[in-house]
Design a protein around this ligand. Structure first.
Ligand SMILES: CC(C)(COP(=O)(O)OP(=O)(O)OC[C@H]1O[C@@H](n2cnc3c(N)ncnc32)[C@H](O)[C@@H]1OP(=O)(O)O)[C@@H](O)C(=O)NCCC(=O)NCCS
Length: 308
């Protein structure tokens, strides 16, 4: 049996997506054939790399690698169920970590099942260590929400670059080199949702990258905050509240019924704030880090993301 790992080809996209839905559906015992689009939207983006796992020339699995500057993560990882425990997943994780190293991701991570010894072992082998839970939370969206902040899609093309750079300055102030401009560009270029911002127009104090509805990572009826951050400072809690309000307003305007976010529970203030704002936990994973360091998972950091 010959295992090969190489970049996924465009022509293999449908098969890779099908394997992903089958693998997670089999593991979790649920139907994954909903209208969310994780694989295709990330495949089209500039800041991600898709790796294919083949056995004797046949595609049997894949993983995505996401590059956020000095931070990078792998997943979703999947192997077709009939090939589980044949070593393909291990080869894909190995190739993903090599790629993350080569692309300068000095802090690497992933989101996995906290209760699964198999998953822990698979990632331990490459130096990932379990840290805090990351919770996926949501709350209902009312029909009328206040419209707060402003939206990047409305910015003139000439000012978009300056806004992108301002967002990179916010994330760099949280963790050196953390840069999600690729996520912002993917949402704006692919029409996946919106980037909402709060604070001064030339120097936003916070921003949120939102996916909205079918064909995105959110799915029908949902706005999902893929990433949000508030610049550290004396008023972070108030800015975070305004940013959540701006997301809520965007979600209501988009006709969503739920607003979904992810937060690492080591970001205690943000987690506590979300509970106070009516968000409840839908599911939890554990984040594993390589090396075993907190990076931006600190009590006073107001960042929303989940590395799924
Ligand atoms: C997770 C997944 C990609 C792993 O792929 P795979 O090809 O089966 O993985 P491998 O065969 O390379 O490795 C599995 C390892 O787990 C070990 N393992 C299996 N069951 C185990 C258990 N109960 N406890 C501990 N280790 C276990 C195997 O021995 C093997 O390790 P080894 O080669 O060092 O002995 C695959 O199971 C899958 O697609 N699952 C559904 C989707 C999923 O869970 N994705 C990952 C989400 S984070």
């Amino acid at each position: 049996m010959q295992i090969e790992v190489r970049p996924l080809l465009q022509a293999e996209l449908d098969d890779a997506d099908g394997i992903l839905r089958d693998a997670f559906g089999t593991l979790l015992g649920i139907d994954m054939n909903d209208d969310t689009e994780v694989f295709r939207t990330r495949f089209r983006a500039q800041h991600t790399v898709a790796l294919a796992g083949l056995v004797d020339g046949v595609l049997v699995g894949s993983t995505l690698v996401t590059l956020w500057g000095s931070v990078g993560f792998l997943g979703p990882l999947s192997v077709t169920p009939r090939m589980w425990n044949s070593g393909v997943g291990t080869r894909l994780v190995g190739a993903a970590t090599e790629l993350l190293d080569a692309r300068g991701a000095t802090h690497q991570g992933l989101f996995t099942f906290p209760q699964s010894p198999m998953h822990h072992w698979l990632y331990h082998k490459f130096g990932f260590w379990p840290r805090y839970l990351t919770v996926i939370m949501s709350r209902p969206v009312g029909g009328e929400e206040p419209v707060l902040g402003w939206r990047m899609s409305a910015a003139a093309p000439a000012s978009r670059q300056a806004l992108l750079d301002a967002c990179a300055a916010v994330t760099d102030s949280i963790h050196p080199g953390l840069d999600v401009r690729g996520e912002i560009t993917a949402v704006l270029d692919q029409g996946l949702g919106e980037v909402v911002l709060v604070g001064a127009p030339d120097a936003p104090s916070g921003f949120a990258v939102c996916h909205s509805g079918a064909g995105t990572e959110a799915g029908s009826g949902t706005v999902y905050v893929k990433f949000a951050a508030v610049r550290p400072g004396p008023h972070t809690a108030a800015v975070f509240a305004a940013l959540l309000g701006a997301c809520q307003g965007f979600a209501a305007g988009a006709g969503a019924r739920r607003l979904t976010v992810g937060v690492n529970t080591a970001r205690h203030e943000a987690h506590r704030h979300l509970l106070g704002a009516g968000f409840r936990v839908d599911t939890a994973g554990v984040s594993m880090h390589r090396p075993n360091e907190p990076a931006y998972d600190r009590a006073d950091i107001y960042v929303l993301d989940d590395w799924r």
